[in-house]
Design a protein. Structure first.
Lengths: 317, 518, 322
């Protein structure tokens, strides 16, 4: 229990740090963020009004508190570029990104688990070598390049799939699938490669453990051993890693969305960076970081619950 | 000339002010039902025209936004007193007719009868007065167009009088050239809704706006020009040209202007797609900063004008979908001046530099382009290569448009490349960029003769005399290399075969009022 | 010489990408052989493996291209030739030409320079700052440790690419910004690795001995602890170089890193986006260059890890700024 409390407390502290960093994004801009946004239409009166409206004329601490306070109520400010509330813009883009992330994770899991387990069980075989090589390749593959290659193959050459664009699942499941498959694979391959290696080593580890050998020597059929002991034990650390990979996927989604013109949160962040639309950028970054934090917290707690060997009360060094 | 550049710069000014007044963010943007009675989409005859545009409007207030994407939508939502036809001649719109007084200082417009706003209220002269006054007093984006306007008054419910300080032959173009000078509704503005829920008099009304995705317009059966043939228009934001073209091919969208130049030739041959291509009044140019030595010397500027391969640049960046031009006004226009002094002649460039006594290696050259216009980034690389051939080492600075505008405004550049669009009247093409007091004269050009000519051209009412003036102006400006002109791009749009009632316009106005689906 | 190895039910295969919380990366998981392993032996072990040799060879080629590139290229880097643009691979242009008629092989070779520069400098920044932070945290423990590690946690809470994007938004796009951004993002990896190793070694005899001989904390840290934990740091360096190359390519691909006319593999991919569907050579070759370089660094890192026998969560998470 102490571990849980510690961990949650740690998360809160980190959350606080995250909000500070996000808040600093605007503060650290060399030059004047508002002036940058105004460009040639600079007008002293209007500029002052904007400053007051955005709160940039108040002392930093006050701004920070105000920002956090409003953020807690879901008010993330207003986009410099379009004047729309940031929270609205972000929420509108969420379904697309969630689609993509989920598909990516599913693909990663579907690939890594069977391959990792098989590879570990047939350690040293040709299959094992192939899987290991493939996963090493997968980790080194630039995901934007992979995306472009997939487009080259499946769109330009074969003409099977559309090269970009998004159809909501609710609108047309078939179209949705046709569109999400390539970006999903792109997102999932890297995470999948990493996961495969984890699964493999975790299973290998467990296989060599004493109690498994004991079970074997007792003459239990191999399959049962595998299922009951190995997989369950092996999965424990893999949970944590999956949590990490969700995090990695969230990051990878940004570039993949750009490649496939996928209108999600990642593309929104990208546009915000290019347009120097700071409120929008801040809002999106905050949201993503918070999701990250929560996922990691949950994963850690889950890990702690599942693995009794965790040192309790020793949350950090 | 116009301020209707195709960019995404918002004046968060009025927006933020009105939003701040409306108790901050978190405001709902959903149109909801609104004035939903016009959304009778039960008729199967009309259908909804789906148009893919390359970006999202930043703001739907026509007086404030300068983003082309906004105007693509607003062209169908608002009206102006007069508007350009497909030949860019001004025709009656909300104003049925007009007269000028003898001294040319008073214009009287008679407005159309029976026009209503989308919310049902009546359109009157007061709306015109309100709109123009708003632009002038709040100094909104198009306010320069009213520089000669002294007053706007409503004589009665259907008559508006505009008093100008000097004869203004370009007044019609100024008050009707694009929808930035549209007639807006006071209530809509004062409620703070105009930037997301504009209410106009146009052939379509805005009924839905999903940020990041699409804007839906519904036909206005009461439009003065007659009810549109389609039930509505949905503008979808598809920034990737390949996606847009693929969507067009598959029939998912009916129309798009997001056509990459390199695909135009292929699309022209494609039977699944109908291509509309027409020369535009836009022009792209290079400007050398005359406040940086040695660009203050005209020979140096001319040298650079000779060092550049316009044809090559046009071919590479536009794949031939543009017309090379050494002045601003395109050939199709009656105001065109035939000028071709420069050609691609690096030797001439070198000798001019020698004449000026300038060593190319000493010339600092930073080419400033905007990443929002990838064709300029490409062109910059070509130019850098060609300047390198005459011994000038060039660097390229790529900025996002907001930063680019900032740097331009502060004069932090050696050379820049940009375009101006939506120009109609010859004054649009030249005044604000080349008059010493011009608002957009960032290159620091000053020629008193040209100033005088430009001032004269503004008030000269005799067309032939005016043409002569502008011929002189354009020749002098090109000789002085105040701008080094490159080309006039084509307007290229594509739609599904069978889409009728739509024409590509040289000022890039997108009008679906008469369009009908196959 | 004792070896300390403990696993907390953790996976021991070294190529873990990403540890999520501190309890995974603590002294239990790192195996450190006391004392440096003898460089000659290490090198011999490395060259015994064909994979390592191949990787080294590739990296040498990359570095040679980076340094001598401009003399090795058949054409000029910015040699525009509009009449010959978008031509496929041919005898005169092995990799074809791009949309401005420039030779792609030339630009691929020339791009090595910026990739090497950016990744080396970025990793150097991350190394210096991260290792210092980690040493201080691991060595002193207590509140300093907590402060440092909490701050690293905060950095860790952002996907790497997001952090890099935020930095680019603040400072504006460009190769310098990209380098700084990548450097900053990878600080926490080095900090963690160093800290974990430092923790495990802190109480070792030789460290305590030096203390009793009057060595101050700095001396202990840098002269005694650091050399003995160099193994995981070396492995981490190799892996981070891989990800730094990947990150620079990623940022340039987004148009936010290297700016024209300077060539960069990522930037070439960015420029190719409008054309690549009809001109496959525009995207295949630059991407291949990135892939091969990153692969080589990764493989080398793996081999080093095996040879130096560093086990545990000693790698970056997530695969860099992708």
């Amino acid at each position: 229990m102490r571990y849980v409390l510690n961990r949650v407390l740690q998360s809160v502290v980190v959350l606080f740090g995250v909000t500070v960093v996000v808040f600093l994004i605007v503060q650290l801009v060399p030059g004047d963020p508002i002036r940058i946004g105004m460009g040639t239409r600079f007008d002293p009166e209007v500029y002052e009004a904007l400053r007051r409206a955005s709160g940039l004329d108040r002392p930093p601490l006050e701004q920070y508190l105000s920002y956090v306070g409003r953020a807690l109520t879901g008010d993330l400010g207003v986009s410099f570029r379009s004047g729309q509330p940031v929270s609205h813009l972000i929420v509108a883009r969420l379904p697309a990104t969630v689609s993509l992330a989920v598909v990516g994770i599913v693909i990663a899991l579907l690939v890594s688990f069977p391959l990792g387990i098989l590879s570990a069980v047939r350690n040293g075989s040709v299959l094992d070598s192939v899987v290991r090589a493939a996963s090493q390749l997968g980790v080194s593959l630039p995901n934007f390049w992979l995306g472009m290659l997939l487009i080259l193959l499946f769109s330009s050459t074969l003409g099977w799939l559309p090269p970009s664009g998004y159809t909501p699942l609710t609108e047309d499941p078939v179209e949705w699938l046709r569109r999400v498959i390539m970006p999903g694979i792109t997102v999932g391959v890297v995470a999948g490669s990493i996961l495969t290696r984890y699964v493999r080593s975790s299973v290998l580890e467990t296989l060599s453990m004493d109690h498994v050998r004991t079970a074997r020597s007792k003459g239990l059929p191999g399959r049962i051993i595998l299922l009951r002991h190995v997989v369950r034990n092996a999965l424990v650390p893999v949970i944590t890693v999956t949590g990490t990979q969700i995090a990695a996927i969230l990051g990878g989604v940004i570039v993949v969305e750009v490649v496939f013109a996928w209108p999600g949160l990642g593309l929104l962040v990208y546009d915000a960076v290019r347009a120097r639309d700071f409120p929008l950028l801040q809002g999106a970054v905050l949201l993503i970081a918070v999701v990250f934090l929560i996922v990691n917290l949950l994963v850690d707690l889950l890990y702690a619950k599942v693995d009794p060997r965790i040192e309790l009360g020793g949350g950090d060094g | 000339m116009t301020s209707a550049r195709p960019f995404r710069l918002a004046t968060a000014a009025a927006v933020a002010l009105s939003l701040a007044a409306c108790s901050g963010g978190g405001e709902a943007v959903d149109m909801g039902d609104g004035a939903g009675d016009a959304s009778g989409s039960s008729s199967t005859q009309g259908g909804t025209l789906v148009a893919a545009i390359a970006g999202e409007p930043d703001n739907l207030d026509p007086h404030v936004t300068t983003a082309y994407f906004s105007f693509q939508v607003l062209e169908n939502v608002y009206d102006t007193l007069v508007e350009p036809d497909v030949n860019l001649e001004m025709q009656p719109a909300l104003a049925e007719s007009w007269e000028t007084s003898e001294d040319q200082l008073t214009w009287t417009f008679t407005l159309r009868d029976g026009v209503t706003w989308h919310d049902g209220s009546d359109f009157t002269a007061d709306d015109v007065v309100y709109s123009y006054t708003r632009i002038m007093e709040e100094q909104l984006s198009p306010s320069w167009r009213f520089s000669s306007v002294e007053s706007v008054t409503a004589v009665d419910e259907q008559t508006v009088e505009i008093a100008v300080s000097e004869p203004s032959p370009n007044l019609l173009a100024n008050i009707g050239g694009y929808k930035g000078v549209a007639i807006v509704q006071r209530a809509n503005v004062e409620a703070g809704d105009i930037n997301t829920r504009p209410v106009g008099t146009g052939p379509f009304e805005l009924t839905d706006y999903t940020p990041g995705s699409s804007i839906t317009l519904t036909a206005n059966p009461n439009w003065y020009g007659g009810a549109p043939a389609v039930d509505g228009v949905e503008f979808r934001f598809i920034s990737e040209p390949t996606t847009a073209v693929a969507a067009l091919r598959s029939g998912e969208v009916h129309w798009t202007d997001n056509v990459p130049p390199q695909q135009v030739a292929a699309l022209a041959e494609d039977s699944d797609v109908e291509l509309g291509q027409v020369g535009s009044n836009d022009y792209w140019y290079l400007a050398l900063n005359q406040q940086h030595e040695p660009f203050d010397q005209v020979e140096v500027r001319q040298a650079i004008a000779y060092a550049i391969d316009r044809e090559g640049i046009t071919e590479a960046t536009m794949f031939g979908n543009a017309t090379v031009n050494q002045t601003a006004i395109p050939e199709a226009s009656s105001w065109y001046t035939d000028y071709s002094t420069y050609d691609f002649d690096p030797d001439q460039a070198v000798s001019l530099l020698e004449q000026a006594g300038v060593d190319p290696a000493d010339i600092p050259m930073n080419i400033m382009v905007s990443s929002d216009y990838p064709e300029t980034v490409q062109a910059a690389q070509i130019i850098a290569s060609q300047l390198g051939d005459i011994g000038i080492e060039a660097e390229i600075t790529t900025l996002d448009f907001g930063a680019w505008l900032d740097e331009q405004g502060q004069g932090n550049f050696d050379m820049l490349m940009m375009g101006w669009l939506g120009n109609i009247d010859p004054d649009d093409f030249y005044y604000s960029q080349h008059h010493s007091e011009g608002a957009n004269n960032y290159q620091g050009y000053s020629n008193p003769e040209v100033d005088e000519l430009l001032d004269q051209g503004r008030v000269e009412t005799d067309e032939a005399a005016r043409k002569a003036i502008y011929d002189q102006v354009s020749t002098q400006i090109a000789d002085d290399a105040s701008y080094i002109y490159l080309y006039n791009p084509d307007v290229v749009q594509a739609w599904v075969p069978g889409l009728e009632g739509y024409e590509a316009m040289p000022n890039r106005a997108i009008r679906f009022r008469e369009a009908s689906l196959p | 010489m004792s070896e300390r190895a403990r696993n907390v039910g953790g996976v021991t295969e070294p190529d873990l990408d990403g540890r999520r919380s501190d309890h995974e990366v603590d002294d239990h998981d790192i195996v450190i052989k006391e004392g440096p392993r003898g460089w000659r032996r290490t090198v011999l072990e490395v060259v015994r493996r064909p994979v390592a040799v191949a990787s080294l060879l590739i990296l040498v080629v990359v570095v040679v291209m980076a340094i001598f590139g401009q003399w090795l290229t058949p054409y000029g880097i910015n040699e525009v030739n509009i009449s010959r643009r978008l031509e496929g691979p041919s005898a005169q242009h092995w990799f074809g030409t791009d949309e401005l008629g420039r030779d792609i092989l030339t630009r691929v070779i020339a791009s090595a320079s910026v990739s090497v520069r950016v990744s080396v400098i970025a990793v150097a920044i991350a190394l210096v700052v991260g290792v210092s932070l980690g040493l201080f945290a691991g060595f002193f423990g207590g509140w300093l440790d907590s402060v440092i590690m909490r701050s690293q946690d905060v950095m860790f809470a952002f996907p790497e690419i997001l952090l890099a994007l935020a930095i680019v938004a603040i400072l504006g796009p460009g190769v310098t910004t990209a380098t700084i951004a990548i450097g900053i993002v990878y600080i926490q990896v080095f900090a963690r690795v160093t800290r974990a190793s430092a923790l495990s070694v802190r109480t070792e005899t030789y460290v305590r001995a030096s203390k009793s001989l009057g060595a101050g904390p700095l001396r202990q840290m840098f002269s005694h602890v650091l050399p003995n934990i160099s193994a995981p740091i070396i492995v981490q360096t190799s892996l981070s170089l891989a990800f730094a190359v990947l990150s620079e390519a990623g940022l340039s691909f987004l148009g936010l890193g290297v700016q024209p006319p300077e060539p960069s593999w990522g930037r070439m991919l960015f420029d190719s986006r409008a054309f690549f569907q009809d001109a496959w050579w525009l995207s295949v070759f630059p991407g291949l260059a990135v892939f091969v370089t990153v692969l080589a660094c990764n493989l080398l890192g793996d081999v080093l890890r095996d040879v130096l026998d560093v086990r545990g969560a000693a790698t970056t998470r997530g695969g860099g700024v992708r």
